[in-house]
Design a protein. Structure first.
Length: 223
């Protein structure tokens, strides 16, 4: 599991990072709110831990901005504040849990495990990019009144692209995520499915395109 941790007290940040890494989490640590937003939007994380009182942007402001940008990674807020109003503000901003400082490592790890379990069990029915929607229950790809049902691998490819709109996915990454490890599929197969999916997206009139960058990969962009 990969975590983003934002804390401006560097000694505390180092101590908590050591605890998390000792429990098999991969941790990237930043020290201000602006960096937290930038990292969260550029990389894929399983969970985010935010201190509320940080320079530049508070943890609450970070959560609010991430949610407004469509980032739904679960967030645990850490703060020395005890007022009910602060807890309410944290939850209203879109945070998933709240832990008061000082805390013991066992409670931090327990809260984190519970939050990540909830994430694993939650699958939204609709993924949206621009004017394009994917119903994950029916495999319907929708643009306004136009609907097309995707086949199994087409759906898995579309879902993968819609879940990774902030970064380019290399062909090898797509092959790993969409096809099983024991599959006979190769990079040529990925290209064929991408081409077919491009045609289906165009057929329902969407302004979302699968774009590519040479030697980097593919992602969805709204034109």
């Amino acid at each position: 599991m990969k975590l983003l941790y934002a804390e401006d007290e560097k000694d505390l940040a180092e101590a908590v990072t050591d605890i998390l890494e000792a429990n098999d989490y991969i941790v990237e640590t930043v020290y201000d709110g602006e960096s937290a937003v930038n990292y969260a939007m550029m990389e894929q994380y399983d969970g985010i831990i935010l201190d509320i009182l940080m320079p530049g942007k508070s943890g609450i402001e970070v959560v609010k901005e991430l949610r407004q940008k469509g980032n739904n990674v679960p967030v645990l807020l850490l703060t020395a504040k005890t007022e009910v109003e602060d807890r309410i503000a944290g939850f209203d901003s879109g945070a998933d849990d709240y832990l008061q400082k000082p805390f013991v490592k066992e409670e931090l790890l327990s809260r984190l495990r519970a939050m990540l379990r909830r994430r694993d069990s939650y699958q939204p029915d609709i993924k949206i990019v621009g004017d394009l929607s994917l119903n994950t229950s029916t495999r319907e790809l929708i643009c306004e009144d136009n609907v097309i049902v995707l086949q199994n691998l087409e759906y898995r490819l579309m879902e993968t692209l819609m879940s990774n709109t902030r970064r380019y996915l290399a062909s090898d990454d797509i092959l790993t995520k969409v096809w099983s490890f024991d599959s006979d599929a190769d990079i040529n197969t990925v290209w064929v499915y991408l081409s077919g999916l491009r045609k289906k997206i165009a057929s329902i009139g969407s302004n979302v395109k699968i774009v590519s960058r040479r030697n980097i990969g593919y992602r969805l962009e709204e034109k």
